[in-house]
Design a binder for this molecule. Structure first.
Ligand code: ZN
Length: 482
């Protein structure tokens, strides 16, 4: 094991940065809420995938590859998916099978997206539909809901099962519901809407199970009739089955704090009789596109696949490493503005790093970089340190393995610029074409054209250096201006 880890993580539960102390250092456990797979994933979905992938890599570096268990779920049942499955249903097989086939496609696309972003496979990628009723597993959604009913914190009504936060606080004897989101149940009740569904005893009660129409909606048989689970119970069941009743880190986007994560805590703590679900709750900030909230109606909705394979964003496609680097330049808790400009900057950084990149150079990461990363994933500081290290690596080749290993901690593999062209986009080819054109212009003594091309490259952030080869022929080398 390397030097004693000094990992610090910001915990939403306590609103402070804390020393990370795993329940069991031999098996550090992390759960992250994955996407609902009814369509292509958007770039906002990529943020938690990349952020928690960096944390996964860091935990593996600190505790050892075989001592970290990471579960990231797929939500493959929800009303949007149901509607889509029903629309394409041929009625030759159960609607549930239709839904499964529909989501197989979107899951495969999501995996392709993540591969391009160099996101490691988690230890487990559970699908919600495999954990609704599962005879082989000691824990599934139906069994957990049943436990909650037996404990008196949930009740069945008109085919629904509802969880009662009021009963939870009564059972525990302390007001606990709202502890993560720092909301007070009494205030929430006072502010609740008046037109509450008739089967709810209390406005804050939330759905654990709801009835399905067998003609139009997929579902499972349960003690409360044919139906399907609510969204929150899915994560309680998957996390419980794969990581145990308590684990170390629970992550997701900031928009999940309330009600999703608050309700996960309520369900799991009451069902398992524990006082906490995860020790540390981590949330990444919002993502907006070109200064505006991403929305389909505003026309600024961007999928990961569009960025990678089409020219809809900024008139060109973008390589995975550029997207990944752009995502990490902003600290994970800050809001991020996804802009063409930021992607261009990330690409320039990747070029300048690739000049001293070599995937064959294996070394230990830099202590300073590691320390910055261990400080609640302070990637802004990591980048500052990497820029300095890169400059050293240009001058001193012996620094290159350390630099390459440090960049690899972020999940970015550097290759020498000469063979990185395919990975870092078409820009290298474009630069070289322009340089050849300029050399031709100089040979033809067309200096106006030669100067025009030099200015064009300068505008792209490329500096040229003219010289002569051994035979006295003009040569030009280039580098990225910093
Ligand atoms: Zn979840």
């Amino acid at each position: 094991m390397p030097t004693m880890p000094k990992l610090k993580l910001y915990n939403t539960l306590t609103r402070t940065k804390e020393d990370f102390v795993p329940l069991d250092p031999a098996n550090v456990r992390m759960y992250v809420c994955g996407p609902t797979v009814y369509d292509y994933a958007h770039i906002g979905n990529a943020r938690p995938m990349i952020v928690f992938d960096v944390l996964f890599r860091l935990l593996r570096h600190i505790y050892g590859e075989n001592h970290v268990t990471y579960a990231r779920n797929i939500t493959d049942v929800d009303d949007k998916i149901n509607t889509r499955a029903f629309e394409r249903w041929s009625r030759k097989r159960p609607l549930l099978a239709e839904m499964r086939e529909l989501t197989e496609g979107t899951v495969a696309q999501f995996n392709t997206d993540l591969k391009a972003l160099n996101v490691l496979d988690p230890t487990h990628t559970p699908r919600a539909t495999d954990f609704v009723v599962n005879g082989a597993e000691p824990m599934d959604m139906v069994r957990i809901i049943d436990k909650l009913v037996v404990r008196g914190v949930a009740y069945a009504a008109e085919g629904h099962v509802l969880f009662s936060p009021t009963e939870m606080d009564r059972l525990l004897g302390v007001p606990k519901y709202g502890a993560l989101s720092k909301r007070n149940l009494d205030d929430m009740l006072a502010g609740a809407r008046v037109d509450v569904a008739p089967y709810k005893r209390d406005p804050m009660d939330f759905v654990l199970w709801k009835p399905s129409n067998p003609e139009t909606e997929p579902g499972w048989d349960s003690p409360w009739g044919f139906g399907r689970p609510g969204w929150h119970i899915e994560c309680s069941a998957m996390a419980g089955a794969l990581l145990g009743e308590q684990f170390d880190i629970h992550g997701g986007g900031i928009d999940l704090v309330f009600p999703h994560h608050e309700n996960e805590i309520a369900q799991s703590c009451c069902a398992f009789g524990v006082d906490k679900l995860a020790s540390v709750w981590m949330h990444n900030g919002f993502l907006q596109v070109e200064g505006r909230k991403m929305s389909k109606s505003d026309g600024n909705f961007v999928t990961i696949d569009e960025l990678l394979t089409t020219t809809t964003f900024g008139g060109r496609d973008w390589p995975g490493p550029v997207l990944r680097l752009a995502m990490l330049k902003t600290h994970y808790r800050q809001p991020i503005d996804w802009t063409v400009r930021a992607l261009e900057e990330a690409e320039a950084t990747l070029y300048s790093w690739s000049r001293v990149g070599d995937q064959h150079l294996v070394g230990e990461p830099d202590e300073g970089v590691l320390e910055a990363l261990q400080d609640d994933l302070n990637t802004a500081l990591v980048f500052a340190k990497l820029h300095k290290l890169r400059d050293m690596a240009v001058e001193f080749p012996e620094v290159r393995p350390r630099f390459n290993a440090s960049v690899a901690l972020l999940g970015i593999k550097l290759r020498p610029l000469s063979d990185a062209a395919g990975e870092v986009g078409d820009l290298v080819g474009e630069i070289e074409t322009l340089i050849t054109a300029r050399l031709d212009a100089r040979r033809a003594r067309n200096f106006a054209e030669s100067d025009r091309i030099r200015d064009e490259l300068a505008a792209m952030g490329i500096a040229l250096k003219d010289g002569k080869d051994a035979d006295g022929n003009p040569t030009t080398t280039w580098e990225v201006k910093r």
